[in-house]
Design a protein around this ligand. Sequence first.
Ligand code: AMP
Length: 288
Amino acid sequence: MMVGDFAPIDLEDTALTKFDRLVAAGEIIWGPSTPEYVEHEGFQFEFRLAPALLKKPILSRNAPGRSKPVGPFVDPDPDFVVGKIGETHTLIFSKFCVPRPHLVLHTNQFELQSDDLTKSDLDSAWRVLGAFSKTPSMMIYNCGVDAGSSQGHKHMQVFPKPEGRNFNLFPDLTSLPEGNVVTLPNVPYKHYIIALPERPTADDLVERYRTLVGLAKLTLQDTGGTAHNVVMTKDWIMVIPRSSKGFEGVGANAAGMVGMVWVGSEEERNRWTSLGLGAYLQKLGVPL
Ligand code: AMP
């Protein structure tokens, strides 16, 4: 089913109903998590303890699934498919989830998770964000092993974005000037944000994304690395250069870098404090 085959509202409602059904059937590993809010040197964290994450397989750097078409996104379980997004992408349910719903948008043909996003990737993500009209959502892309990805087949993730009294995405807390690359205070690592026009074309997305990725790669050029996180909402795109996915089982993907830290145990949560919260994020990213 193409996204254009049903009204956007259907995609959102269908996804949520089906997600809850798969959770009840034990097919999706999700349970409600109580958030813990922490502010550290002006940077907000929203920790969520989700024991489901302990079950999530993370492919090692050299596993076959990092470079060859094997794994869950090659021929996805039909029960997990939310819908085809155009000819190029499929929207499926993530198996190990913290948000509700938590969706994976993967390429139909095998491409590498270390490749940059293409016009069709960005266009597909935009269409999914647009379809979630009742629940403002965010897209993340963990580009490369050191960006916190666990699968090697190119995939983005889409889920509701936090909006509330206690926690917001930091680019949402300020009014961003259109057209300029912005970095914000109280964020302990390098990051590049551009506001989006109200109704961007796919070319508008590509142009802004390329500017940001270019800056992130320039930041990393002395290290030889290229890993980075992309976060996109209907209002802005942000790219965060990464130097490490984490150490000794305490890591972060794009969500973790913006403060939405999903941990599998109390012990892992406590290690974030001993590792220095913002200081640790800085170590996973690039210091200012
Ligand atoms: P990342 O960790 O950024 O590479 O994203 C991988 C995503 O795929 C995570 O959200 C996982 O929960 C999800 N995932 C892993 N295995 C499966 C599977 N068999 N079916 C559906 N989603 C999966």
